[in-house]
Design a protein around this ligand. Structure first.
Ligand SMILES: Nc1ncnc2c1ncn2[C@@H]1O[C@H](COP(=O)(O)OP(=O)(O)OP(=O)(O)O)[C@@H](O)[C@H]1O
Ligand SMILES: [Mg+2]
Length: 340
């Protein structure tokens, strides 16, 4: 009984550009739940309130505004023909989105429920991205701001916090069999995050600013659709090796290839810089995770692109994470549980 109490006081949290995922232990199992990291707000009007009630979309009235956040946001946006807003962009809090932080807090509260108050605060490990290899989108300073802001938010909710790099969390979640030696990759919404660890110690972490959102916006620019519409079609219908008569899916496949090639080029560059590389005595595995890695054929396409280049490391296998959508949150949880 005591053990159960202590483990439920520990949480793993993946704060992603696209989704926020929480993981916790329930007996021997790990339970996860998630919400889209998005929201829509419109001016309050009695008619809007009525329409939402009829559609059974949960909402909050905030003074003169109506706000819908999380999984229901896209449906609400679609209903009103507006774009959903996003608290984060390219892996970090979007400082231009005034209400973003309050929305993240609300979504995290929905996921973690009541935070027990007492002498010992519950512990939470939250994921943070790595700095992009070639600079640009997210700077070291931007990342420090993001990490510190999330830390403040979670502490204020009553948690004792620690941050974990996203790629390392994937390694903790998926590479127990190689004693946490290998490469963890998460292809998400804003970024692809990569970590190389040796015996659980991260040697190299980096990200590239090309992932699902890049595929959506680039495709949208070509086809003239809204990015949210591209995203829906992509998630429903895209797979590799299709012979697409549909222009949208054809464009998605072009930008997927672009992303995979950029990712492999960045890995080559990072792993060739041997100063920080551990001396590896045997081939190491690569694990792929994240929503953008889920379409059928992604693993094979990635492997084909990797084999076609002169890769600086010997790779034993390339595998998909057990559950690509929750690997980061699970790994974050594992990092907290290991402290016990
Ligand atoms: N079935 C699918 N096919 C293609 N793409 C998908 C599918 N399901 C989700 N995605 C894409 O995965 C991305 C979200 O992945 P994920 O939830 O791992 O990102 P995130 O962790 O929130 O973002 P980041 O790690 O970049 O901050 C979105 O771009 C979404 O469109
Ligand atoms: Mg992610």
């Amino acid at each position: 009984m005591k053990k159960e109490n202590t483990t439920s006081m520990m949480l793993g949290l993946d704060v992603g550009t696209s989704r926020i995922v929480a993981a916790r232990r329930s007996g021997e199992e790990t339970e996860t739940n998630s919400q889209l990291n998005a929201f829509v707000n419109v001016p309050y009007a009695p008619m809007t309130e009525k329409a939402l009630k009829r559609e059974e979309i949960p909402f909050e009235r905030r003074g003169a505004e109506i706000l819908v956040h999380g999984n229901e946001a896209p449906r609400f946006a679609d209903l009103l023909n507006v774009e959903a807003r996003r608290p984060m962009t390219l892996g970090v809090l979007n400082s231009g989105e005034r209400e973003g932080l309050a929305v993240v807090r609300k979504i995290v509260s929905t996921l973690v429920g009541e935070v027990p108050k007492g002498d010992t605060r519950p512990r939470i490990a939250y994921s943070v991205p790595a700095v992009p290899l070639s600079g640009g989108a997210v700077t070291e300073e931007g990342l420090t701001y993001h990490e510190a802001t999330l830390k403040g938010l979670l502490e204020d909710m009553g948690f004792e916090t620690r941050a974990i790099t996203e790629g390392l969390a994937v390694i903790y979640s998926e590479l127990e069999d190689t004693n946490y030696t290998g490469i963890g990759i998460s292809c998400g919404g804003g970024l692809c995050n990569v970590s190389l660890a040796y015996l659980s110690m991260p040697a190299i972490n980096f990200s590239i600013p090309k992932a699902g959102d890049f595929i959506d916006s680039s495709t949208a620019a070509v086809t003239g659709d809204l990015a949210t519409r591209v995203r829906l079609t992509k998630e429903e219908a895209f797979h590799f090796n299709g012979n697409f008569s549909d222009k949208l899916l054809q464009a998605v496949s072009v930008y997927y290839d672009d992303m995979i090639n950029s990712l492999i080029a960045a890995m080559k560059e990072a792993f060739s810089n041997s100063r920080r590389m551990p001396k590896l005595s045997r081939p190491i595995p690569i694990v792929l995770s994240g929503g953008t890695a889920t379409p059928t054929g992604f693993r094979d396409r990635f492997e084909r692109a990797l084999t076609a280049t002169e890769f600086p490391l010997a790779i034993s296998e390339i595998r998909m994470a057990g559950d690509p959508l929750t690997a980061t949150a699970r790994g974050a949880l594992i990092s907290v549980l290991a402290e016990n």
